[in-house]
Design a protein around this ligand. Sequence first.
Ligand code: ZN
Length: 531
Amino acid sequence: MPKERLYLFDTTLRDGAQTNGVDFTLADKLAIAGMLDELGIDYVEGGYPGANPADTELFATDRKFDSTFTAFGMTRRPGRSTSNDPGLAALLDAKADAICFVAKAWDYHVKVALETTNEENLASIRDSVKAAKAKGREVLLDCEHFFDGYKANPKYALACAKAAYDEGARWVVLCDTNGGTLPDEVEKIVGDVVKVIPGDHVGIHAHNDTEQAVANSFAAVRAGARQIQGTLNGLGERCGNANLVSIIPTLKLKPEFARQFDIGVTDAALKKLAHVSHALDERLNRAPNRHAPYVGESAFATKAGIHASAIMKDPATYEHVAPETIGNRRKVLVSEQAGKSNVLAELERIGIKADKDDPRVSRLLEIVKEREAIGYAYEAADASFELLARRTLGKVPAYFDVTQFDVNVEQRNNAKGDRVTVTMAVVKVKVGDDNMISAAEGNGPVNALDLALRKDLGKYQKYIAGLKLTDYRVRILNAGTEAVTRVLIESEDEAGERWTTVGVSPNIIDASFQALMDSIIFKLVKSGAPA
Ligand SMILES: [Zn+2]
C-alpha cells in the first residue's frame, strides 16, 4: 500500500522566539532556517514581518531554501478593508512562499479580545485568505484557541476553519493555544473536524502545558490530521511547543507511523538530528538537556553492571531504537555500582584494547571506586575517565608541567571611585626545557586561571587554540567529615566536539585547576600531539 505524506511545519523562529530568554538575531534565524531546510522540514515559519526589525529584514532577504518559507501575521482587522490595513499589507509584501494567518476561533475571544461580531471575524478570515491567494501565496490559517473554542461553541469554531478552507487555504491548523487539552479530547475533536474538512488539509499546533504536546500531535494524526507543527527542542513560551526532535524519530522509527507515513526527513538526515538539536542549544548558549529523548547524552546510557554486559551482547535488549539512527551513541556508565563489564565496555567504546583478565583493568576499577567515594563523578566526566584509563593501562605523555600558579583577587576603588573586584592569575609552565610565565585577568579566579593556563603552552599552543569552556558546574559534597567541592567543566573544540572533566578538592580553585588540566591534556591526547 502506498504511504501517505505527513507534513512537518517548524515554528522555532516564530513561536519558539517567544521563549523566555531567547532572542534571535537575523544571522541566527538564517542559520537555523538552513539547518531545518537541510533536515527536510516542509515548512519553516520565519517570523512576523512588520512586528520587529529583524523579522522585517529576514523577509526582505533573498534565501534559497527547499522548505516553504512562511510568514506569519494576523488576518485583516475588523472594520477595515484588506487594502486599508498596513499590517496585512506588510505581510502580503513579504518575500515568502506561504502566509500563515492567525485568527480567533473561539467566539468568546471574538467578542472580548477583538470586540467584533462573529460574522465580521468570518469575513476577515475569508478576505485575508483571498488576498493572499491573489498574491500567489500558499495560505495557512492558524485557528487560535480552536480546542477551547470548540468545547464552548463547536459550530462557530468549525465555521472559522471551514471559511478558510472554502476560500482555498491549503491548511487549516487547529491550535491548542493554552496547551491544556488532553490527547483523548484532541483525537475526538480532530475526528469531528475531518468529517467537514479533509484531513490532508488539517494541521495540529500543540503546546506542552500538560507535558503532552507530542502525544497530542500524534493523537491528531491518528484522527486524520496530516500536518504537525512544532519547534526544535520544544522551544516556546511557557512550557513550550510540541518537540519536533522527539516527533521526527518517532515517525521514522516506530512501525505504527513508519508503515503508514512518509515525511520529508530522509534516513541520512535523521542521523544529523542529535547534532541539529545540540547546535540549536549552542546558538542559545544553553547546556543541552542530557535527558532529552532520542538525542540526549543519557538517552542511551546504561548504569548497572548486569545491564552493561547484556548490552554488549545484544544492544536491542535494553534499547528501544538504535542510537546511531539519530546520530546519538550508546554509553555505558562507569560508576560506583559498576562491574568489570562496564569498564571493559567503556574501554572498547573509547578505543582502548584491554583483556578482561588484565590485572590493570581490575586496578582501574579499584581506582574509579576509590575516587568516586571521595566525590569524583566519572559517569558525568567522560574525558577524565578516559585519561584515568589511559594512564592506568598505557601511557599519557607528560606534555607539560605547571610548576606554580598564583591567583589573586582584589577589591578596591577604581579611578572613578567605583568599588571593583579585580582578579589576576599567574601560571608558570615548563614545556620540555622551556620555562614560561603567563598572566591573565579574568572575571573571576577560575576564569583568570583558565585564561593564563591556555595563554602560552609553547609548541602545544596550536593544538588548544580552538579549545573553549562551555559550561562550569560546582557542587559542594559532604564526603566523610569535611565538605569538598566538585567541579565539572565542559569543553568544546573547533570541530564542535564536547567533553567533560572533573576535579575534587576542599579548595574550589584546586578542584577547578584539576578539571582544567584534564581538559587541556585530553585535547592534546585527542589531537595526537607529540610527547
Ligand atoms: Zn503557539
